[in-house]
Design a protein around this ligand. Structure first.
Ligand SMILES: [Zn+2]
Length: 379
């Protein structure tokens, strides 16, 4: 019997910790639980999403929909350890809504289940969430504040005319003219090569990966010249999931936020890279599906369709954005030249990187005031 046991353990494949349920991971917040309404929400292609309304107790407030970045989640706007964007919006008389679109780390799709492209987010997730919110708020104004890929995909929905009549949009990091660091774009083609190997996503939580695994070289690469000993921080701060970019200015994160990074940002799926690569090469948000008729509603090139934008836009970016560089400044210049009739502003946040514009311990002082000012002028 002893020998049989030994044989069994030798032949059994190593178990990988993957999520097999579409149940949403609980939100992490310090709001009154009675004020947090989690709405069962499924996109029309069958994918389960997360939609959350924060009840202020008043029914006449303008609504603000918050869109997270890829692999982040609604949690990025609810950090209990700082004065977060939801706190600030509630205090200023708004009703916050949070969408966990299919790239959220509260959902399993980045690791398991149905693969997707950003076309699906632009065609299904964002317009359908907006329609649902409109059904609830009636003719009250609806704003959107969007970060990173949440903003990039929103630009595709907007230029498709799928979310008309928004009261205003705040876009952080990137909008219609994505421009990645040269190093990042090179590494993206390297990562494309990884696709042909057994690797299908880049994890961030070293504790789940273990010391010796197929991911070890990625973590080793990220640790080069790192000043912080935390491997999860290294792969995000020094390497942005192996791309070589930097996601935040390190000293802007509180100790608590720093230690929660593996909860705030999930694994990055490598199968999304061909679409991201096409976008990056075009320097514009472009549709992935050229022949599938379901995606015909989306413009082939969002920048070329920018005349369809019917709402004021505030482009925000940290001066030290290590992922999208000065994409927002470029977007402002290009739109001012090509679509001078649009109401588009650009505000640079001195000293800030990318994610710290929302996760930073000082974001309420340094960043959120610009958002409130923009919303306040248009509510
Ligand atoms: Zn660190």
């Amino acid at each position: 019997m002893i020998f049989r046991t030994t044989t069994t353990s030798r032949t059994r494949p190593a178990l990988r910790r993957v999520r097999t349920t579409t149940a949403l991971r609980p939100l992490h917040h310090r709001l009154d639980p009675a004020a947090v309404e989690e709405i069962p929400f499924r996109a029309s292609d069958g994918v389960r999403l997360g939609l959350t309304r924060v009840d202020s107790g008043e029914t006449d407030r303008p609504a603000v929909l918050l869109l997270h970045g890829h692999t982040a989640s609604a949690d990025m706007f609810l950090l209990p350890e700082t004065r977060n964007l939801v706190d600030v919006l509630l205090d200023d008389g708004y009703e916050p809504w949070l969408l966990d679109w299919r790239g959220s780390c509260r959902l399993p799709y980045n690791e398991t289940g149905q693969k997707y492209t950003y076309d699906d987010v632009a065609l299904y997730d964002i317009p359908e969430a907006v329609a649902h919110i409109r059904g609830r708020i009636g003719d009250r104004p609806l704003f959107v504040v969007a970060h990173c890929i949440g903003s990039l995909t929103l630009s595709l929905s907007m230029t498709a005319g799928l979310v008309p009549g928004l009261a205003g949009v705040v876009s952080q990091g990137v909008f219609l003219t994505p421009k990645l660091a040269g190093r990042t774009s090179l590494r993206m083609s390297v990562a494309g090569e990884l696709l042909k190997t057994r690797i299908d996503h880049i994890p961030v939580d070293f504790r789940n990966v273990g010391l010796w695994s197929k991911y070890t070289p990625l973590f080793a690469l990220a640790s080069r010249k790192a000043s912080c000993p935390d491997p999860t921080c290294q792969i995000l701060h020094n390497s942005a999931w192996g791309t070589g970019a930097s996601l935040f200015v390190h000293e802007h994160l509180s100790r608590t936020t720093h230690n929660r990074l593996a909860e705030l940002l999930g694994p990055a799926p490598l199968w999304i890279l061909p679409h991201l690569r096409r976008i990056e090469l075009a320097r514009s948000v472009v549709r992935w599906h050229d022949t599938d008729h379901r995606y015909r509603a989306l413009p082939p090139n969002a920048l070329d369709a920018a005349a369809r934008i019917d709402t004021p836009v505030l482009l925000l970016a940290g001066s030290e954005n290590g992922l999208w560089l000065d994409s927002q400044k470029l977007c402002h210049e290009v739109l001012a030249h090509r679509q001078p009739q649009l109401d588009v502003e650009y505000t640079q946040i001195p000293g800030y990187g990318h994610l710290d514009t929302f996760l930073g311990r000082g974001a309420a002082l340094d960043v959120f005031g610009h958002i409130l000012e923009f919303l306040g002028e248009r509510r």
